[in-house]
Design a protein around this ligand. Structure first.
Ligand code: AMP
Length: 429
């Protein structure tokens, strides 16, 4: 199936040819013709699957006929500034041979300048929800919008943008097409979808929360205090040209930004305390190759689109298992091979089970020579936990003996009982 067969028209075909896209990805195969048929869409697509082109190509094609009497004709909402800028760049790449004006209007930038730019007549706006709402309060009209896209809707809701989205929606004309994309179908997103979608087509391109198949995932067990050395060792000994390192906290990110250069590793850092301009600059410098390591907290894990980034290291596991999926989605993009490495201390060794449950697969755990965990270091709470469950067991036993609470018959106990019956030896005749 080619892009042309999906109905993509020539100016867009020329543009994606320049970008080196040969075949549509799965989400593109399934979404493009539906969007061209004016269907509302409710789609899950993992990061890195080509979902931007899946909505942007048909969106641009539908705007091909100019209408000088119309203002903004398409609005794309994204959770972060970085993702908004990435989408804006993609749109410009795709629209290279079309006469379409687009603007990115994101929070943190000078709103007066944005208003001025918008007066220049943008047909496509890529925005973060809060800033778009502010702009409408400053006179931006959305009455001509034909297409409304929510990208990474689950993340937008997690970040508290629900109110803004609900305030923006009534400003759109009654008749418009809505495309809702999320990494997962969470309950929150489903609720939102009921509010804003009309008889949508559903596309589920990946199992809930599974990570991209081409990513090789591995975890190394190591004591917390040895993590910095192990990190440097891995990058150095395996000759990683560039690597994205995730930490759970800003403090850890800042710590690594100081530690890694001592081992000769040029390191950039982005987290929530850095200004947006600073984050963008650091990211650009990383992409230019000025840094070998980019350390980021989860705030930065969305919206980063780094070409052919082969390695992601979880220096610390994320506090929310879902963020693991987003983190490792930074590698193995659009079918390329990638490797995601997690460093696990004695606590994370247990925490990773929640991630494994979420992604439905086991992650290999290994030990690197010279970095073996000290067997005497145990979780501080492990004895307390053991004691608690022992108390519980004893209490249940007592209750059972007293006959107060009859033992519950569950499918499992039944199975065990049947099995026992089956295997009971007969008395010798
Ligand atoms: P996305 O999931 O939209 O962030 O896209 C991930 C990466 O895949 C981006 O670098 C895109 O430029 C690239 N990409 C998107 N569609 C294709 C395609 N059909 N063939 C090759 N690369 C693609």
């Amino acid at each position: 199936m080619s892009f042309a067969k999906l109905g993509v028209f020539q100016p867009l075909l020329d543009a994606i040819k320049l970008l080196g896209y040969k075949e549509p990805t799965l989400i593109q195969k399934r979404a493009i013709s539906l969007v061209l048929q004016k269907k509302d869409l409710f789609a899950t697509a993992q990061t890195g699957t080509g979902k931007t082109a899946a909505f942007a190509l048909p969106l641009l094609q539908k705007l091909r006929k100019k209408d000088p009497n119309k203002g903004v004709r398409a609005v794309i909402l994204a959770p972060t500034r970085e993702l908004s800028i990435q989408i804006y760049k993609d749109i410009n790449d795709y629209a290279k041979f079309m006469d379409i004006k687009s603007e990115a209007v994101i929070s943190g930038k000078d709103i007066v300048k944005q208003i001025k730019r918008l007066k220049g007549g943008a047909e496509v706006i890529v925005a973060t929800p809060g800033r778009l709402l502010e702009l409408t309060q400053n006179g931006l009209k959305l009455g001509d919008v034909e297409m409304f896209v929510l990208d990474e809707a689950d993340r937008m809701l997690d970040m508290g943008f629900s109110k803004d989205i609900k305030a923006i929606h009534p400003l759109l004309p009654k008749k418009h097409q809505t495309l809702l994309f999320g990494a997962t179908f969470s309950d929150k997103v489903r609720k939102l979808s009921k509010l804003i979608l009309r008889s949508p087509a559903f596309i589920e391109t990946a199992k809930k929360n599974t990570t991209v198949e081409t990513i090789n995932q591995v975890a190394y067990l190591v004591d917390a205090d040895k993590k910095p050395q192990l990190l440097s060792y891995l990058i150095g000994s395996r000759n990683f040209p560039q690597v994205l390192v995730f930490t759970r906290t800003k403090a850890s990110a800042d710590f690594l930004a100081k530690e890694l250069p001592k081992d000769g590793l040029k390191t950039g850092v982005i987290h929530g305390d850095k200004t947006k301009a600073n984050r963008q600059k650091t990211l650009e410098q990383f992409m230019e190759g000025r840094y070998r390591v980019l350390v980021a907290t989860d705030i930065a894990s969305r919206g980063l689109d780094i070409e052919e980034l082969p390695y992601v290291i979880n220096y610390e596991l994320p506090s929310i298992p879902e963020d693991y999926v987003h983190r490792v989605g930074r590698t193995g993009r659009a079918g390329r091979e990638g490797e995601a490495i997690s460093l696990l201390d004695v606590y994370e060794k247990f925490e990773i089970r929640d991630i494994e449950k979420l992604i439905g697969q086991k992650i290999d755990k290994e030990v690197i020579e010279g970095f073996e965990p000290d067997p005497n270091i145990r979780r501080k709470d492990i004895d307390a936990q053991k004691l608690k469950s022992e108390h519980k067991r004893q209490e249940q036993k007592r209750q059972h003996l007293k006959g107060k609470e009859p033992r519950k018959t569950t499918a499992r106990t039944l199975k065990v009982a049947r099995k026992k019956r089956k295997t009971t030896k007969r008395d010798p005749k």
